[in-house]
Design a protein. Structure first.
Length: 365
């Protein structure tokens, strides 16, 4: 110490600490009030910012009070420098954690609000959180007087070795980023892969994509495999889609009557079944003179991929009942087999007999 500790030093130290604690309490109370107002807004980003400030501001006030208390005490220069460094590192640590939470929350809110990016694409959230934490760690080391240049060089060389050892993991990482950046898949889309897997996209993280099948089972697919496979997205470019139902009637049916009755059933299903598209323009297209029937296709509109099963179910039931009421016949395939009495010579056997007779004649000669 440069001088002896006095009562005035202790009083001023206590005042500084009490002021820091009081500012921390008042700021936390004020930010709690702001958080209540932020919840009433549509944008979720202000909730994340206010929540982070509720952590940073009180700790900053406490650190400031402690620094002021240390400044009024007759401490040596070395101890004063050590105390300031500890408080600085503590403040950097708190700010880094809060900044990581803010950035991750903002990225989450942006991806949830935009239609071109998966709402729960945790890959973006995780990458931004790791980057902010890494920057905060390097800033803390720099504040302690530790040079980070050799560390960055070592990280560069070590990163190259790690990249060679983790080729599959990095391939999945960049494949996930490519999938999200290309805006071909997002959360809630129903996709089908060329390998046969299909379902609703639940999440895309740094390594894999999780889809939920109609059986309510989760299917985990590495991002690299998803990027390489042929994929059909039934929600793009729009969620509504058309389905085709094949049918057929007898040759003696009045096709005008068949078309009119079928369109009436289609209109009834489109307006009365949940998941159908009421403004869908019904369509019936005759296309084939079959063996026992005239085939045609009925085009139905559904609002979402999984709705097609319920709509097909109701349409076939109602169409069958209506055809029966109208006397329209749906024939089953028939085959006529004609049997002829008498011996049947097989050509191969006849040729073989002729060859035998020819050989016998040659031997006789």
């Amino acid at each position: 110490m440069n001088r002896s500790l006095t009562v005035h030093d202790l009083v001023f130290c206590g005042i500084a600490l009490a002021t820091g604690l009081l500012v921390a309490f008042l700021s936390r109370t004020l930010l709690r009030w702001l958080a209540g107002h932020a919840k009433r807004t549509r944008w979720s980003g202000d909730d994340v910012i206010v929540d982070a400030l509720r952590t940073v501001v009180p700790w900053a006030a406490i650190a400031g009070g402690a620094a002021a208390a240390a400044a009024v005490l007759p401490l040596t220069r070395t101890i004063q420098h050590t105390v300031n460094q500890c408080l600085t590192v503590l403040l950097i640590f708190v700010v880094t954690l809060s900044a990581a939470r803010v950035v991750a929350g903002l990225v989450q809110s942006v991806t949830s609000a935009r239609s071109g990016v998966a709402g729960s694409a945790t890959i973006f959230v995780n990458i931004t959180r790791v980057l902010v934490l890494a920057i905060g760690f390097l800033v803390a080391l720099q504040s302690l007087g530790i040079s980070i240049a050799p560390m960055l060089t070592a990280l560069g060389v070590g990163g190259l070795a790690v990249a060679l050892a983790l080729q599959d993991t990095l391939a999945n990482l960049f494949a996930g980023i490519h999938i999200l950046a290309s805006k071909t898949v997002q959360r809630g889309d129903y996709i089908r892969l060329s390998s046969g897997e299909e379902g609703y996209v639940e999440d895309i993280n740094w390594r894999q994509t999780t889809i939920r099948a109609l059986s309510n089972n989760l299917v985990v697919i590495p991002n690299g495999e998803l990027a390489k496979s042929n994929m059909t997205n039934f929600m793009r470019p729009e969620q509504q889609l058309t389905i085709l139902v094949q049918a057929g009637v007898a040759y003696d049916s009045d096709l005008e009557h068949v078309e009119r009755v079928t369109l009436e059933v289609v209109a009834e299903v489109m307006t009365g079944i949940t998941g159908a598209v009421p403004d869908h323009e019904p369509a019936v297209r005759f296309h084939t003179f079959g063996d026992s029937r005239i085939g045609f296709t009925v085009i139905l509109g559904v609002g979402e991929f999984s709705d097609q099963y319920r709509i097909k179910h109701e349409f076939i039931k109602r169409l069958h009942r209506r055809y029966r009421e109208e006397g329209i016949r749906i024939p089953a395939p028939t085959r006529t087999v004609a049997l002829q009495q008498g011996a049947v010579l097989i050509p191969q056997q006849r040729v073989s007999d002729d060859a035998v007779q020819g050989g016998a004649s040659a031997l006789h000669d």
